[in-house]
Design a protein around this ligand. Structure first.
Ligand code: NAG
Ligand code: NAG
Length: 198
């Protein structure tokens, strides 16, 4: 009797935990003053998509990071830690080819990218490990980072005339600014661009 109920408890607990609680974080990071989402992603080899999915409390513009806040960088078993930071001129085909696969695979690893790859932006961090598992998109909502953030520069401005955000000041032909520089610079919040649409 006792042995049997003990077994039941052992079996039931992990199952319950799986159903009721968030997945286990494989890696965590404590937010520092001045951090932006894509800066954290670039420094820690976390895709923009994965950071957004693993931290649903971060708002769509990544404007609500709190210094000292603990972020989940990836779930156990679904943690892609081989990443590429998008540069001006990158295309999905180029990136995929560089890492030895095709754009379809890149899309599966980074489900926020649209089929035409015209929402790729400078400073975005993409998973480039074709052996990685990534978390599924959140049910019932739009994909994280499905659109180019208002402050970000499209990776391919020439092929994405309709996707150019209205409020971006610098011409796409100028050098891409470092992710920490502000595109419009009216206040501190502008130091938090390049994040994701949850
Ligand atoms: C991120 O990946 C690069 C390239 O593989 C590696 O050199 C670097 O140590 C990694 N950084 C972290 C924080 O894992
Ligand atoms: C991309 O690569 C995957 C995996 O190798 C393959 O199944 C798929 O057919 C390829 N897609 C295209 C469009 O080539």
């Amino acid at each position: 009797m006792f042995a049997r109920s003990a077994v039941v408890a052992f079996v039931a607990l992990p199952l319950l935990a799986q159903i009721s609680f968030a997945k286990t974080c494989a890696r965590t990071y404590t937010v520092q003053d001045g951090d932006i989402c894509d800066g954290i992603s670039a420094a820690h080899n976390v895709s923009t998509y994965q950071l957004a999915v693993a931290n649903p409390s971060i708002d769509s513009a990544c404007n609500n990071l709190q210094s000292g806040q603990s972020l989940c960088l990836g779930y156990e078993g679904e943690d892609c830690s081989t990443t590429h930071v998008v540069k001006l001129g990158d295309t999905c085909d180029d990136i995929a080819q560089t890492y030895g696969f095709n754009a379809t695979v890149l899309n599966n690893l980074n489900p926020q990218l649209d089929a035409q790859c015209d929402n790729l932006y400078v400073g975005e961090v993409v998973c480039v490990s074709n052996t990685a598992s990534v978390p599924a998109p959140p049910a019932g909502s739009s994909l994280p980072a499905a659109t180019i953030p208002a402050t970000a520069i499209p990776a391919n401005p020439s092929v994405t005339p309709t996707a150019v955000p209205t409020s971006v000041a610098p011409a796409p032909t100028s050098a891409a600014p470092a992710p920490s520089s502000s595109a419009s610079g009216d206040d501190d919040d502008d130091d938090l661009p390049f994040c994701d649409e949850l």
